[in-house]
Design a protein around this ligand. Structure first.
Ligand code: G6P
Length: 608
């Protein structure tokens, strides 16, 4: 949450900064601001609203003359989204401007200290203390001022710093939150994410917690906490800027839904060679795997929902007990985890604060950690013992689609691989499962093609006030994700419920105004689902059924139907979520919602 970007070089900074900021807007979008060094001063424009609004105020950045500066797009934590609380924040005499992603936990004490020294605060943010501390400690040595300031801060912070008296020089600091440096020719950058920079450079340095960097047009120097220079390796980003553009689609979400066949293919195919699954970057022996008495999966949001599916599939194939737990809960428990626990952490961004904290907690108790991550070089990827990258490509829409389906694909790969290693599947079943994995991209495409009518169903049902998604077993896990998709982008209240549990209280909410989405894709449980459908229909509800392609009985039970193509039952969640993603998309579109940037949300949640 919050996106930051910095530039120093020969070109006008503000247009470059605004372009970077536009690509970081998924991180927060309630206000935005930009500052540049200009004739020995700092010139700043910031305002509530979008980056487009900020661009409008600055003539696309051209009205702010200067070749070195910082910019920020905000997801408010401390202080309402107002012009004043927008970043950058200036120091008392305007010497310093600061942008910040994270939370300064001891800001209240620092603020009181600075106020007692006569400093008048302009904003309600935690960030402003940083600007004042920098000015207080600056005696002509910028690096020392940055180090002294940082030594006073507690919490999570990625900072960008510019000083009016230090032309062409920027500092950035990383402590819990993403930060990368971009290396150009005669110009350099920093940003929260490579998407902000990839149009200008593909050579990047991933910063570690506790490091800070000094940037000039010619040179980038990275230091550790003590100020000692650190040698860093330069990574090359493999994807092009087109991957981070809409490519003719109205919204990133629809583009990313359509990209799913390819994304799932990128997750699965490179790991299958001559009919066998092999992971490039980790291996476990059978003895090691047998040494684990349980698997704990932890994650947040949709990644957690992928983990719930993972529990069914891993237990089903490997017969190892699996617990799936929300990271925000796990981190504050006293979990029974030790060296006999295999921890699986799932995260698209690799930066989710609660997931990182839960991971650290479990690893400190001796668990080995396997991370399923999309963003290469992210914090979770670097902290984990082993990583399965999903290779989904950049995901920009706040509501995840290809991020989630590729997490499922990675979990399936792991489950089949582990089941074979443990001798829980015979050669015939293994070969069948591997074929089914390779078939997934085609099934996803089929799920898109089968449901062109979803648009019309959305027209019919978009006026709902509240609805339920029901299912059993894996269908229940899919219901959770389908329900979240709908509520997060259309703002319609929606709840996922285990179909058999509905009658224990919640059925009181079912009446003739209610739409119930009934997921009926588990063959062995179809008749049970029909009973649950009957129960809600008897109370007047309308039913949108989701059934396997070719199932005709559903027409007798449901008012409308979405279809999921048939494939391996254990992997049913993956094609099944696709019509629900499309349904959520078209309902939100019917209702005129901001699909890629829903209110109050951010894609990468780097605060607790
Ligand atoms: C945010 C996003 C969700 C995402 C969750 C976990 O809340 O809006 O779409 O599922 O964070 O993110 P992660 O990057 O860890 O998968």
């Amino acid at each position: 949450m919050c996106g930051i970007v910095g530039y120093t070089g020969p070109s006008q900074a503000a247009p470059i900064l605004l372009d970077g900021l536009r690509r970081l807007e998924y991180r927060g979008y309630d206000s935005a601001g930009v500052v540049v060094q200009s004739g020995g001063e700092l010139k700043m424009v910031k305002a509530r609203g979008s980056v487009a609004h900020l661009a409008g105020l600055t003539g696309g950045g051209r009205e702010l003359e200067g070749v070195c500066g910082l910019a920020h797009t905000r997801w408010a934590t401390h202080g309402a989204p107002t012009d004043t609380n927008a970043h950058p924040h200036l120091s008392e005499h305007g010497l310093f401007a600061v942008v910040h992603n994270g939370i300064i936990e001891n800001f209240a004490a620092l603020r009181s200290e600075l106020e007692a020294e006569g400093i008048v605060f302009r904003s309600k943010t935690d960030t402003e203390v940083v600007a004042h501390l920098l000015e207080k400690y600056y005696d002509g040595d910028l690096k020392r001022a940055v180090m002294r300031t940082v030594s006073r801060l507690e919490g999570s912070y990625v900072l960008g710093v510019v000083c009016s008296k230090e032309p062409g020089r920027l500092f950035c600091v990383k402590e819990a939150g993403p930060l990368i440096l971009g290396l150009g020719v005669g110009e350099n950058y920093f940003a929260s994410d490579v998407t902000a920079l990839v149009a200008r450079t593909k050579n990047v340095i991933y910063m570690e917690d506790g490091e800070f960097a000094e940037l000039t047009a010619e040179r980038v120097t990275v230091y550790d906490r003590t100020g000692r220079e650190v040698t860093k390796s330069v990574s090359h980003v493999v994807w092009d800027i087109e991957a981070a553009e809409k490519g003719g689609y109205e919204h990133f979400m629809m583009k990313e839904i359509m990209e799913q066949p390819r994304a799932v293919k990128n997750t699965v195919e490179p790991r299958i060679r001559s009919g066998r699954i092999a992971f490039e970057d980790f291996s476990l022996t059978r003895a090691e795997l047998e040494g684990y008495n349980k698997i704990v999966i932890t994650a947040c949001g949709s990644a957690y929902h992928a983990g719930v599916v993972g529990k069914y599939v891993i237990e089903g194939l490997c017969r190892i007990p699996v617990e799936t737990e929300l990271a925000s809960e796990l981190r504050y428990r006293d979990p029974i985890i030790d060296g006999h626990t295999l921890l699986i952490v799932i995260s698209q961004s690799g930066e989710t604060a609660d997931t990182i904290a839960a991971m650290r907690e479990c690893m400190s108790r001796g668990a080995r950690c396997l991370a399923i991550v999309n963003v290469v070089g992210s914090t979770i990827a670097r902290l984990a013992d082993n990583v399965i990258y999903t290779h989904a490509g950049p995901e920009i829409s706040v509501a995840t689609t290809k991020g989630y389906t590729t997490q499922l694909a990675a979990l399936y790969l792991f489950a089949v691989w582990a089941a074979e290693l443990l001798g829980r599947v015979d050669a015939g079943r293994y070969a069948q499962l591997v074929d089914s994995l390779l078939e997934l991209p085609r099934l996803v495409q089929r799920a898109i093609d089968l449901n062109v009518h979803v648009k019309y169903l959305a027209e019919r049902w978009h006026g709902q006030q509240s609805l339920f998604f029901i299912g059993r077993n894996i269908d229940y896990a899919v219901a959770m994700e389908g329900s979240l998709k709908l509520k997060e982008i259309s703002y319609i209240h929606s709840e996922a419920y285990a179909a058999g549990e509905l009658k224990h209280g919640t059925i009181a909410l079912i009446d003739e105004k209610r739409l119930v989405v009934a997921l009926c894709c588990q063959d062995g449980l179809f008749d049970k689902m029909v009973s649950n459908v009957q129960e809600v229909k008897a109370r007047g509800a309308k039913v949108l059924g989701v059934a396997p392609e070719g199932n005709r009985r559903i027409f007798a039970e449901a008012d409308d139907v979405l279809f999921a193509p048939r494939g391996e039952q254990l992997f049913a969640a993956l094609p099944e979520i696709v019509p629900l993603q499309l349904f959520a998309y078209y309902v939100a579109r019917e209702n005129g919602c901001s699909i890629d940037k829903p209110r109050n949300l951010a894609k990468s949640v780097t605060v607790e």
